[in-house]
Design a protein around this ligand. Structure first.
Ligand code: ADP
Ligand code: ASP
Ligand code: MG
Length: 436
């Protein structure tokens, strides 16, 4: 079996859904994972924000706009009155449910339930469309098998057991449809795998069923060697290793959700990034094979804060780094990058929720400098230490860009640099010009 995941743009309209139907009906048995239609999850977030503020009018206005849009997509999607009615009923049910949250207290539980409606709608509509076309398709409810544990990590044995059971109970069908992004948490409540998490759903499903391949269909022909939103003339990369793909996804290549590579890597299932707008394009194949001797790609991660702790007593003081790291641990704040010198240590974080408390605690150990609005620029490739000259090319490209931190040697395929956000575009362009 193969897993085929389609993102928001790929299912963003009735016409796009019809194109997706052609792609998934290729004579093989596929599990199709769908995101919500483009814009939907953002709209649902807005609705939730209004409801937190008890602004029912604000929420109702967006709900009405969305319902109108969904009804017009339903009319365009189905050919028969029978299915147009079914589609409209589906839309009405979901929006009535969303409206019911305007009447009561609103907490994070209700928010997550609202956020789940986008994927439930897109998969419901698509399933009806296939059935109208005479295809034996079956919905696999993600809320019945996709689950995270109390640390918000996927409960892989639960997922495998329950998905296998549901597939067995369902029996042989032409095609299976399921929701990306949504899941239940350790308490059985509706939850999600974070924004962009449908990619993660696809790889967790792929690993759970030992899929022969995981396909991520989106609006571009695979992983490019730089961020196409900031740099012109970027090129698609034909082959990537799991490690390279994971670094690029983690450091800002939006085409892949940061955590989505690991399940595929652990199960050694190839991942292909493909373009719904240009299905014949070869895209990118991600596998265990490493391509030697090249700089592969550049990516940038936004929203970085750098923190420097300077201490006269750091030299020869064993335990200093441990104490510093323990502070971040106690606030459950992961550190992205670390650089050290004899008198201090600099780290970066991408989550400022506990920044003030962290700074307060760090001040016990030394002087603390904080800079927000930073980005990590990450160069990925076969950068093993035996090779000469890579660092030189990178620094040469960035000679006009002030560099705040530099990290190399943490892995064989990553050099990371911190620059102020204002320099992000310039840095990405300069690197493309010199490296590719
Ligand atoms: P989907 O909705 O299908 O999940 P996303 O918007 O999450 O799609 O991801 C696709 C987008 O990722 C592309 O349209 C592109 O603008 C952006 N992107 C950022 N960096 C890269 C990169 N290195 N290669 C390809 N796409 C990238
Ligand atoms: N619909 C969700 C989002 O917009 C998940 C996804 O598209 O991957 O974040
Ligand atoms: Mg995405």
């Amino acid at each position: 079996m193969r897993v085929m995941k389609f993102g928001g743009t790929s299912v963003g309209s009735a016409d796009r859904m019809k194109e997706v139907a052609k792609l998934v009906l290729d004579g093989k048995t596929n599990i199709v994972v769908l995101s919500a239609m483009a814009g939907t999850t953002n709209n649902l977030v807005e609705i939730a924000n209004y409801l937190y503020k008890n602004n029912n009018d604000g929420a109702n206005e967006i709900i009405s706009q969305m319902e109108r849009k969904y009804n017009s997509e339903v009319d365009a999607l189905y050919a028969t009155t029978d299915y147009k009615d079914k589609g409209r009923e589906l839309v009405r049910n979901h929006f009535d449910y969303i409206k019911s949250f305007t009447k009561d207290v609103f907490t994070v539980f209700e928010e997550k339930t609202i956020l789940a409606q986008g994927e439930l709608l897109s998969t419901g509509m698509f399933n009806f469309y296939l059935q109208e076309c005479g295809i034996k398709s079956e919905l696999l409810p993600a809320l019945d098998y996709m689950r995270i544990d109390k640390n918000n990590e996927p409960d892989t044995s639960y997922i495998r057991e329950n998905l296998t059971r549901i597939l067995e109970e369902t029996g042989k069908k032409d095609i299976y449809i399921t929701q990306g992004y949504i899941c239940r948490n350790a308490f059985g409540e509706i939850d999600n795998l974070q924004r962009g998490g449908s990619d993660y759903s696809a790889s967790l499903i792929g690993a759970a069923i030992d899929a022969e391949e995981i396909q991520i269909w989106t609006d571009i022909d695979g992983m490019h060697n730089n961020d196409p939103r900031y740099v012109e003339n970027t090129k698609s990369i034909a082959e990537l290793s799991f490690d390279e793909a994971a670094e690029l996804a983690y450091f800002g290549a939006k085409i892949l959700h940061p955590t989505s590579v690991l399940p595929a890597k652990l199960a050694n299932i190839p991942v292909r990034l493909l373009n719904t707008m240009d299905p014949k394009a070869p895209g990118t194949r991600i596998s265990g094979t490493e391509t030697k001797g090249r700089i592969t790609a550049v990516a940038a991660k936004d929203g970085i804060t750098s923190i420097r702790i300077k201490s006269g007593r750091m030299l020869l003081a064993y335990g200093f780094l441990r104490k510093v790291f323990e502070i971040f641990e106690s606030y459950k704040t992961p550190i992205d990058m670390v650089t050290t010198s004899e008198v201090g240590v600099s780290v970066t974080i991408d989550n400022n929720r506990h920044l003030d408390d962290i700074i307060d605690d760090l001040k016990k150990f030394g002087t603390v400098d904080v800079e927000t609005d930073q980005v990590i620029i990450c160069v990925v490739g076969d950068l093993i230490k035996q090779h000469k000259g890579y660092a030189n090319r990178i620094f040469d490209a960035l000679k006009e860009v002030p560099l705040h931190m530099i990290s190399y040697g943490g892995s064989d395929h990553n050099i990371s640099l911190v620059v102020a956000a204002d320099y992000k575009k310039e840095a990405l362009k300069a690197l493309s010009a010199k490296l590719f």
